[in-house]
Write a protein that binds this ligand. Sequence first.
Ligand code: ATP
Ligand code: MN
Length: 419
Amino acid sequence: MGWVIRKREHGNIVFIDLRTVKEPWNPLQIVIKKEKIREETWRNLKKITRESSLLVEGELVENPRAPRGIELYARNIDITHIAETPYPLGKKSHPPEVLMQWRHLAIRSNRYTKIWVIRDHLLRLAREYFMVNNWYEVSPPIIVSTAVEGGATLFEIKYFDNSKAYLSQSAQLYLEVMVFSLGKVWSLTPSFRAEKSRTRRHLAEYWHLEAEAAWYRFKDNLRVQEELISYIIQGLLKNPVTRHIIEEFRGNIEHLEEIKPPFKRISYDEAIDILQQHNVDIRWGDDIGADEEKVLSEEIGQPFFLTHFPSHLKPFYVKLDPKGPETCLAADLLAPEGYGEIIGGSEREDNIDILVDRIRKEGFDPEAYSWYLDLRRYGSVPHSGFGLGVERLIWWILKLDHIRDTIPFPRLARVKKFI
Ligand code: ATP
Ligand code: MN
């Protein structure tokens, strides 16, 4: 069962490359010899166009020169549908705007099919990691009443008659709630960010893999992250299918093969030093943005944690460093090769007075967070967690140019028409 990618006619023999349901990422060569099939079927072959759908019956034969090492010698061909011509994406390459406009067809290309296979396996491995290590998967809401990451990127929605709600930017606060029921929890949900800047790493809707655990301190949190990332990457390299795809996209996989815990830890202070040595105009207290991350990420050459940011750069829920409140117990995990942040995480503030104070300083009303503050009133525990951007991870593993290629239906500020 499959779709025609290409048809080549050579007199009494016709070759068709088929994108099959069984191994969609790996086209199967169909060999059709005139003398082997019914006359009517042979005549119908003429009509077969690109993207026509077929049921082919025949014999699988080994052929080391065929793309798959095997090919199918057809005995019978049943045409399910003859695709209209010309196929809108007929030519070999297209600019990104055209691929976006025809996204519903572009997603079938061999390149995209391979990316979806990686995406699928990556998510399976992530889920497997949490299952094996006894974390509970939970289902937080998407329609929420409070901001987590600051108002600038909030999507507001009308909630029934007169009330306002938002699309979730992060499940974190809800995972913090669930910790009190299940101890170690994780979730995979869409997160929404009205990102106005055009970058190659921001989507307006992305898949967020978040985890939160009771009694986990700052260091425990980093351990989970480096284990999870290593588990996913090693799993992808162990499977011959995903290994092959990654090899094809990256050129080589040596770099990924070396990835195992522990990852390097670099403090914000050290990062500022490194950046200044690279003549970046930055001072203590400044944010480390995408450009600075790129410098660090290329310099370090492996995934690493950037730790102990100045407190004013991180949200109210991040625990202040007991060694001095100028810095906080937050860490970002940065991918190498210039890719930058793929995870943001921290130990959470468990001191209710500090929390109220910081909520006020961010310009929010503590009243709106009373439910969150209750978590510090009834059985408060130290706890930590993190959020991984699924698309950021795929983007880096496959060394893609733009994050829009990691998800079938990307939402981007500048593309206002979409399916
Ligand atoms: P950035 O500084 O890159 O905008 P952030 O600090 O806003 O990231 P967090 O709020 O910590 O990110 O979100 C956790 C993770 O979610 C990030 O590490 C990243 O992997 C991912 N992420 C955040 N925003 C986006 C986005 N707009 N598109 C895709 N992934 C995102
Ligand atoms: Mn952001």
